[in-house]
Write a protein that binds this ligand. Structure first.
Ligand code: ZN
Ligand code: ZN
Length: 382
């Protein structure tokens, strides 16, 4: 039993390729899985796509017109493979308009153009860069005009060949000069190089095929992003003139400086001020990390300018592929503070400590015989 491919697309048996394309495009806009996740819509989309594949191929269309079914060999239920399986709506539109636009080099340019990309800046704290965020953003953008589905024409009307240029999109003028004839071409001022005009434009978009709209979109920024990183949201930019495929939306991260941590890629650095006594006696420091408060043990006798490293306590390492590759480290720089103001009792205690340790006079490290330090020592009368 031959399938009714014309009926599936809703076109007459003598439909022109242009009419087929338009009918398919209209249905794809309603049924494409990107737009309509409904299971029934998806199975209809497959049928519609198969019908378009058959009817847009002159040989297969001939088979249909002779009462056969180019996809149903043996009458089995397998049906046609889906030529657009795995493609997004944007890819399909590219396949369509790429072909019409760049066919023969010269000639009218396509009314349908790809939309431009959009850029949004998003300010994030270090903690938000650590976890990643999902934000609702309101954007002012161009969306497809749903009244004409990008065609730009009023319902029931269609574009017409431009009288001024005869559909060529350009006007040639011939000038005689002493060099001979010079032919110059310039874009047709009436159709702006399109080769066609819309005598009865869509009342909603005035023929643009797209309208400005404010819409709310959810943007996702993965964990591990840093200042200046751009996250691409494919197909979320502006719809192009004539309902052309939408550009991409880029979200650029602006990272706020943190008051404790300094960032170096996925690694974090911070400085902890440690009293001299804690450095000598050892201590346990409660440290605020991105994972919560952690007890950092300081061993007795730790030296100034020591750097402690907590492995895996930095940020997720985000690769350009979007994959997370472990986490960076947290570097803790110890700054041992020597007291600058001492009361009498403290001076007494420190003196006593110095006596106990035999440090009443500083024992300077020598830098070899006759070096700077031994000269200093001799000046101090030792
Ligand atoms: Zn023209
Ligand atoms: Zn419109």
């Amino acid at each position: 039993m031959a399938r009714d491919y014309y009926g599936t697309l809703g076109v007459a048996k003598d439909a022109t390729p242009e009419q087929l394309k338009r009918a398919y495009r209209k249905l794809a806009r309603e049924l494409h899985p990107d737009v309509n996740p409904d299971a029934e819509a998806q199975s209809r989309f497959r049928e519609v796509t198969a019908a378009y594949e058959v009817l847009s191929d002159p040989k297969k269309r001939q088979v249909v017109d002779l009462g056969g079914d180019p996809l149903g060999s043996g009458g089995g239920g397998g049906g046609g493979r889906d030529p657009f399986a795995g493609f997004g709506l944007g890819d399909i539109m590219d396949a369509f308009f790429g072909a019409t636009g760049g066919g023969s080099g010269r000639g009218p340019r396509s009314r349908v153009q790809a939309g431009s990309d959009a850029l949004i800046r998003l300010t994030l704290t270090l903690e938000e860069c650590f976890t990643g965020v999902s934000r609702e953003l309101t954007v002012d953008t161009a969306i497809l005009c749903e009244l004409c589905v990008g065609e730009g024409t009023r319902e029931g009307s269609s574009p017409q060949v431009c009288d001024t240029c005869g559909g060529r999109g350009e006007i040639q003028s011939v000038q005689r000069s002493f060099l001979g004839q010079v032919v110059t071409a310039r874009p047709c001022p009436v159709c702006h190089g399109l080769g066609e005009v819309i005598p009865d434009p869509c009342p909603k978009c005035t023929g643009e095929g797209r309208v400005r709209s404010r819409r709310t979109i959810t943007v996702k920024v993965p964990a591990g992003v840093a200042d200046g990183v751009r996250v691409r949201h494919a197909g979320q930019g502006e719809v192009g003139p004539g309902g052309g495929p939408a550009g991409d939306l880029y979200v650029e991260v602006e990272e706020l400086a943190h008051d404790v941590f300094e960032r170096d890629g996925a690694d974090l650095h911070c400085t902890v001020h440690l009293p001299m006594t804690s450095a000598a006696l050892g201590a346990v420091l409660p440290l605020e990390t991105l994972d919560g408060t952690e007890d950092l043990p300081i061993e007795a006798g730790i030296q100034p300018d020591t750097e402690l490293v907590l492995n895996g306590r930095g940020l997720p390492r985000l690769r350009s592929s979007g994959r997370i590759d472990g986490r960076g480290d947290l570097h803790i720089h110890l700054d041992v503070e020597i007291p600058t103001k001492l009361d009498e009792r403290q001076i007494e205690l420190l003196r006593e400590l110095a006596t106990l340790r035999g440090e009443e006079q500083p024992a300077l490290a020598t830098n070899g015989r006759g070096g700077l330090f031994s000269r200093l020592r001799s000046r101090h009368g030792r």
